[in-house]
Design a protein around this ligand. Structure first.
Ligand code: FAD
Length: 272
């Protein structure tokens, strides 16, 4: 689009859409993950501190469902976000002085220890989804569907809420398809587990970003001294739903690709 700062020797790289893509991807994955971390931590607090046993039990189930997602998705995204950090710096990101390569190396191990993310995904699908026939996951989906219902008639949030509601409907259908497919062929469990965990996490973060957008819209409508902060939340939610959430579609298609293609090659073809 030509020079944006013709008075300067060169434009800063923030004028480039691709640099903004990298920074906003980092920002929305990190802030979205923090929202999910806070949601999950609240369940753990309720599990340990609520006076009613029925609330403690419900919170315990919800936390158990979310923990493999929190562990695997956050650490996968931590690695991606650190790698984007290197990329934003260009060649300078790769050298030691800026500390980015250290963050990238340090975040890599988190995908392995305390159980590899592959094992977390198996826990999510085998124990948490199939373990109760999808009951707890349905309850979580219903909770976020209600969030959409509450926001869908607000003009400023209608498009966002519709988009999230459609994904929750798709998530429900996909969960039912997986329960049916794993009943027919046990190999499906290991074949779809990582993609289903990632799919679930992207949709969950979408629900949380919608909630954040709703809080921001409330604050802006009521009047706030922190207008820029809340406008940034709305813009971030919009970016997440338009530019990050579509990744869920790729995971859905991969899941629907089935197990057969993974098991087609004989073991000898992997020998080295
Ligand atoms: C720096 C570091 C610190 C550590 N600290 C601790 C510690 O303090 N305490 C502790 O207990 N452990 C610790 N560990 C061990 C760590 O938890 C294991 O390395 C990790 O759980 C992976 O196990 P593994 O290395 O045996 O890999 P493997 O189990 O051999 O896994 C290799 C690959 O195969 C996959 N895989 C394995 N089995 C299955 C299966 N059944 N289905 C599908 N996929 C499968 C895995 O996902 C992985 O991708 C540490 C490891 C490191 C590197």
């Amino acid at each position: 689009a030509g020079a944006q700062h013709p008075d300067k020797v060169a434009d800063p790289i923030i004028v480039h859409p691709d640099v903004r893509r990298m920074l906003l991807t980092q920002k929305t994955l990190v802030e979205g993950s923090r929202m999910l971390a806070a949601y999950c931590a609240r369940q753990l607090d309720l599990e340990h501190g609520h006076p009613e046993p029925s609330y403690r039990k419900a919170a315990s189930k919800r936390a158990a469902l979310l923990i493999p997602i929190v562990k695997a998705f956050f650490t996968d995204m931590g690695q991606e976000v650190a790698s984007l950090g290197v990329q934003v710096y260009g060649g300078h990101g790769y050298i030691r002085e800026w500390g980015m390569e250290q963050l990238m190396r340090d975040s890599r191990i988190t995908q392995l220890y305390e159980g590899t993310n592959g094992i977390q995904a198996l826990d999510y699908i085998r124990r948490k989804l199939l373990g109760d026939g999808g009951t707890e996951l349905s309850a979580l989906q219903a909770e976020f569907s209600e969030v959409c219902d509450r926001q869908i008639d607000r003009p400023a949030l209608h498009d966002m809420a519709s988009k999230v509601q459609a994904r929750i409907g798709e998530w429900r259908e996909l969960s039912a398809e997986i329960i049916a497919a794993t009943g027919r062929d046990p190999q499906e469990i290991g074949a779809v587990s990582v993609d289903f965990l990632q799919y679930s996490a992207y949709v969950l973060l979408a629900g949380l970003w919608l909630q954040a957008a709703a809080r921001a819209q409330d604050a802006l409508e009521q009047g706030t001294a922190e207008e820029a902060f809340y406008q940034a939340k709305l813009a971030s939610a919009d970016f997440y739903l338009r530019r990050v959430l579509p990744r869920a579609s790729a995971h859905r298609e991969a899941i629907q690709g089935g197990a057969e293609c993974l098991m087609a090659l004989p073991e000898t073809d992997f020998a080295f």
